[in-house]
Design a protein around this ligand. Sequence first.
Ligand code: TRP
Ligand code: SF4
Length: 400
Amino acid sequence: MYAEKVLSGMRPTGRLHLGHYHGVLANWIKLQHEYPCLFFVADWHALTTAYDEPGTITGNAREMVIDWLAAGVDPSQATIFIQSKVPEHAELHLLLSMMTPLGWLERVPTYKDQQEKLTHKDLTTYGFLGYPLLQAADILIYRADRVPVGEDQVPHIEFTREIARRFNHLYGREPGFEDKAREAVKKLGSKRAKRYEELRNCYQEKGEAAALEQAQILIDDAQSLSHGDRERLFGWLEGTRKMILVEPDALLTQASRMPGLDGQKMSKSYGNTIALREDAETITRKIRTMQTDPQRVRRTDPGDPEKCPVWQFHQIYSGDEVKAWVQGGCRSAGIGCIECKQPVIDAVLKEQEPMRERAKMYTDDPQLVTNIIADGCEKARKLAQETMRDVREAIGLDYP
Ligand code: TRP
Ligand code: SF4
């Protein structure tokens, strides 16, 4: 059975916080048990906006990998690597740039949005315009099937699909394709081959989508086909093209429910974060000094949890019993705010305990992290090199 691959990346912009954990990382940690996963540090992407801040990227990249490991990304399950250590991404980006219409890039919504938002920076650069294409190369080079991303990134996945389609359309013609496809059908074994032909005819003559889908499942289930044959069979089904690059699907990550210390979305730019691996005293102090319902000035004033950011924390961290205690105690002035905050402090500290332990292992022995990254880069690079061989061949750039 052909296992679907998951790939995702994160720009190394600084220390991660609970918002990243409850949004992105918790999802990665779940996915690593379900799929082969590739997670990488998008350091070149960071450079598209941090090109004038040299020297910040490598440190941030390493700290971010430690945050991933601390949170529970497991290097024995997932491949962890750094984009710039797999220079094939850049080669694919360059080759794809030859066939990417400028208009496609200019129309990606993040292009104008980010330029308008980050006014202090000149983002009218070649590299920034190409940001989504570099992302497309990141994804296509691993033939990733699923890409967990937030909603803001969905247009980039859509763009990646268009690029893959255009590439396959331009270069997916293989000399002798028909003969090779017929050979590949035979390799299915006579029973499967017959079924494949039936479904193919059904799809090509009547356009039945269900037949196409069944045939695709049949190919997926076939054992011991080479990647090339598998792709030929897919291509032969739909037309006469070989699929060299695979169109990925976005796997929408639920937005983090984690509010910041002030009740707004947790974000570094609002200064309202609790970092992963923050020390216990700082966490305690940050929560103790959190804003509460502004109407509740004195201990004897009743409050309203709906107007209090602490209540939002309870909704994430507390069970029904504690929540009922907060609702009752707050509205009747039966409990004080410091009292109310204690279960939150305890829960955040408890959540971070295993993270702190894991992180300690890695900060005590930095070589561990270096090795994990080196292993991941090596594995990723092998995969990337395989795709690049096919890509060069398809374009006709494979010198003898
Ligand atoms: N653009 C992504 C972000 O800002 C990061 C990223 C780069 C990425 N390459 C990727 C995400 C490939 C998924 C797949 O979040
Ligand atoms: Fe907020 Fe709790 Fe104080 Fe009520 S008692 S205002 S919910 S901190």
